[in-house]
Design a binder for this molecule. Structure first.
Ligand code: DOR
Ligand code: ZN
Length: 344
């Protein structure tokens, strides 16, 4: 197959950041996605409805003229979040709240230290119909970084899923065989997003022949059996798995540093890279469900009306992009040739 047309997709997990950089990040995503779930880990984080609505306005203002792109806003849960915050968020059109265990990733120092204390909040979310989005890693120092996702399933996720059967939960950016199996075997109230990097790469791509800071993200890339498990599960076409790029921009000097930031800025090539993966898997017929249907259905939102077309054509992702502040950023797969291209 040399071209594929699918209903316009959405990105169910990304980071736009704030300020000048929105002029780069918002159009880059809006080139092919109609909607995106916007992560709230700003500094300070987006913890209430008013902040979320103000952030939404800044994102809308950064769109190109006539853009129909729609940001979907998310609240950042802290140990101070109340049931009243959840009700106000629902009334303001906010669709979800994000659970970051404290210290799990970029800008998560304000996050949740005692998950059990959030149970009344989960109850309120369940009643209001707000989704719970989870960064599923434990952060205990003694747990090896490669085991943190599995430990989170065992210590917390199984219990949360059991205790809140009508709370819709998205296990974000899953990276392991155990996570794929857990979600596949769980009730309909739990689904998962999968990033392009976790489908395309494994930890060799991070560490063999030198450290590759632009492939560093959290949860960290795992061994290839896990990559294979994720590829296998998306190829089944299961509606429990959908597209979430986790596109997460960090300036070049912050990635190429003695303490490099976690995150891959994939907005420039994400839909093309996913298409390449589904092509490699001989599962191009499953791309549309993953990219354009499963997420909308799980969130209880309408599917998009438009269509996009991708053609099989080699192109090279730019090695660097200049940000509005004059600093360079290296896009994910920068300088590499990929085989599918969005037809403009
Ligand atoms: O790699 C990551 N980058 N993982 C996250 O969970 C956060 C993100 C970011 O905000 O940079
Ligand atoms: Zn993320």
């Amino acid at each position: 197959m040399n071209s594929i047309t699918i209903q316009t997709p959405d990105d169910w997990h990304l980071h736009f950041r704030d300020g000048d950089i929105l002029k780069e990040t918002v159009p880059a995503t809006a080139r092919c996605f109609k909607r995106a779930i916007v992560m709230p880990n700003l500094v300070p984080p987006v913890t209430n409805a008013d902040e979320a609505l103000a952030y939404k306005q800044r994102i809308m203002a950064a769109r190109e003229e006539n853009s129909q792109f729609e940001p979907l806003m998310v609240l950042y849960l802290t140990n101070k979040t109340t049931s009243a915050d959840i009700k106000a968020a629902k009334d303001a059109g906010i669709v979800a709240a994000k659970l970051y265990p404290a210290g799990a990733t970029t800008n998560s120092s304000a996050a949740v230290k005692t998950i059990e204390n959030l149970y009344p909040v989960f109850e309120a979310m369940s009643e209001a119909g707000l989704l719970l989005l989870i960064h599923g890693e434990v952060t205990d120092q003694h747990v090896d970084i490669f085991d943190r996702e599995k430990a989170f399933i065992d210590q917390y996720l199984e219990k949360i899923v059991d205790d809140f059967p009508s709370l819709k939960i998205v296990f974000e950016h899953i990276t392991t065989k155990e996570a794929a199996e857990f979600v596949s075997g769980a009730d309909d109230n739990i689904a998962a997003t999968i990033t392009p990097q976790h489908l395309l790469l494994n930890r060799n791509d991070l560490l063999v022949g030198g450290i590759r800071p632009h492939n560093y993200c959290l949860p960290v890339l795992k061994r290839n059996i896990h990559q294979e498990a994720l590829r296998k599960v998306v190829a089944t076409g299961s509606s429990k798995f959908f597209l979430g790029t986790d596109s997460a921009p960090h300036e070049k000097h912050r990635k190429e540093s003695d303490c490099g930031c976690a995150g891959c800025y994939s907005a420039w090539s994400a839909i093309e890279l996913y298409t390449q993966v589904f092509d490699e898997l001989n599962a191009l017929d499953k791309l549309e469900g993953f990219a354009s249907h499963h997420g909308a259905d799980f969130y209880g939102l309408e599917r998009n009306k438009g269509k996009i077309t991708l053609v099989k054509e080699d192109w090279v992702i730019p090695e660097e992009i200049m940000l509005p502040n004059g600093n360079p950023i290296v896009p994910f797969f920068g300088g590499q040739t990929i085989h599918w291209k969005l037809q403009s």
